[in-house]
Design a protein around this ligand. Structure first.
Ligand code: ADP
Length: 469
């Protein structure tokens, strides 16, 4: 038996991080109250008697919940660092085998990533005997904990909703700490943590950076800084500049470059992107264009028009009718431009994806959010929202009377048709600006928002420019 424990200990040594790799709370940034909540765990390691005397319940398991890359692993390591405990990462499936050895390392934090891989609700339609067995064993190991031991199990998941309720019962993972995606201020803090590890230019604009990285996780931000360091190094600089970070962001957004297309295809793609950039610039509800490009990239093999992200909208999913209606025009604009330039018979299949986007937008307008004033539909939706974990919603069709279905379909067709005609007319009015953006794209491959704006302000039709103000 002792031999067995020794063997396990040996295995575990491999997973225990070195002392000089210790992580502390200061290394984890932008996660709101999570650190405050975890201070209790650190206190338990530092003054166990005091903790017990105060009558507080001894913590045993902590569940860290949040999207990938938000710093859950880092946070668990930081708790170990602050507490002076050994950090041991175990795979959920090897938990039971390794547990005895890991426990012998007390004081220790045992960390299990993706606990949902074994911790799903037992039995049921997707039940799996082997997995259920592992979960049962894990629960019984945790229940058998000696309360004199200074060992705490921390587990991470992005899917608390599918966890077996038995896991979060008192005495098991009864402390739940949420680790959300960082907000604007959180992103600035995280960027600073990672930039502070190396020299960087004094004029880096953190406001802009945080703005442009809306939706990034801590891991993506860390990766951005690393990539920027590589860009700087390849330019023989030790200091990271803002432009290095911008290059890294572009890379992150679009992936590596792909081979160029033929001239004919490039011109078609330039037409589609020029129309998108032009309409985004002219339509007042759409955010300003950041960049438009026809360089084929891994994640976007055609071209791409990127607008400034809007924090409020991205974080809350709050869409106004006005915004959606104008967004619909922008996604239809590529096809409208191709029709204008090449004629109906020469239209291409380039627009398939954008047309699918268009359908989704109208469907949000009419079917799921019911924003139309068509009396046959009114505020009735044809679908109901259903939570699908981590705060996301998915619209599913409910039982609706055929007449409502029909009215919704007809309304969607009507809006699509009318929007298409609108955007075609808009592009025809601004043909001069459109052609100039196309030529600029063919010449330079990529334009930034200011370059697009300069062309639009100089060559768009007056009426459209005025309605922007
Ligand atoms: P998770 O476990 O939530 O998937 P990790 O802790 O593995 O995320 O994050 C990976 C890396 O990203 C970390 O090692 C760190 O470099 C960086 N990182 C993630 N979140 C943060 C944060 N909140 N503060 C600082 N760095 C972070």
């Amino acid at each position: 038996k002792q031999k067995e424990a020794q063997r396990q200990l040996k295995n575990i040594k491999l997973m225990v991080t070195d002392k000089d790799e210790d992580v502390f709370f200061d290394d984890v940034a932008g996660i709101g109250d999570a650190k405050v909540e975890l201070q209790e765990i650190v206190d338990f390691f530092q003054k166990p008697e005091k903790f017990r005397a105060s009558g507080s319940r001894i913590p045993r398991g902590v569940l860290l919940c949040g999207p990938p890359g938000t710093g859950k692993t880092l946070l668990a390591r930081a708790v170990a660092g602050e507490a002076g405990a050994t950090f041991i990462a175990l795979n959920a499936s090897e938990f039971v085998e390794m547990f005895v050895g890991a426990r012998a390392q007390s004081p220790a934090i045992i960390f299990i990533d993706e606990i949902d891989s074994v911790g799903r609700i037992r039995g049921g339609a997707t039940g799996n005997d082997e997995r259920d067995q592992t979960l049962n064993q894990m629960l019984s190991e945790m229940d058998g904990f000696d309360s004199d031991l200074q060992v705490i199990v921390m587990a991470a998941t992005n899917r608390k909703d599918i966890l077996d309720p038995a896991l979060i019962r008192p005495g098991r993972f009864d402390r739940i700490v949420y680790v959300p995606l960082p907000d604007y201020f959180g992103r600035i803090e995280i960027l600073k943590v990672h930039l502070n590890k190396r020299p960087y230019a004094a004029d880096i604009d953190f406001h802009d950076l945080a703005f442009e990285t809306t939706g990034y996780s801590g891991a993506q931000l860390a990766n951005l800084v690393n990539m920027a360091a590589t860009v700087a190094a390849s330019a023989q600089r030790t200091e990271i500049q803002y432009s290095d970070l911008e290059k890294a962001m572009e890379y992150e957004r679009l992936g590596p470059e792909r081979p160029r297309y033929s001239d004919v295809a490039r011109r078609r793609i330039a037409g589609m992107e020029a129309a998108t950039a032009l309409t985004c610039t002219l339509l007042p509800a759409i955010e300003p264009v950041l960049t438009v490009t026809i360089v084929p990239r891994e994640k976007n093999p055609l071209g791409q028009t990127v607008v400034k992200p809007d924090e409020g909208r991205e974080m809350t999913g709050l869409w106004t009718r006005r915004y959606l209606e104008q967004q619909l025009l922008t996604v239809l604009s590529g096809r409208a431009a191709e029709e204008l330039i090449y004629g109906v018979d020469e239209m291409s299949s380039l627009h398939q994806l954008r047309l699918a986007d268009a359908r989704q937008i109208v469907s949000k307008l009419v079917v799921s959010a019911a924003m139309t004033e068509n009396a046959a539909i009114g505020p009735r939706t044809v679908s109901v929202p259903r939570p699908v974990g981590a705060g996301l919603m998915q619209a599913i069709t409910q039982n609706v009377p055929p007449a409502l279905h029909y009215a919704a379909d007809t309304e969607m067709e009507k809006i699509l048709q009318a929007s298409y005609e609108d955007v075609k007319a808009m592009l025809a009015r601004n043909r001069d600006a459109l052609d100039r953006i196309i030529e600029a794209l063919l010449e330079k491959d990529t334009l930034d928002g200011d370059e697009v704006l300069a062309i639009v302000e100089a060559h768009a039709c007056k009426e459209d420019l005025e309605s922007r103000a």
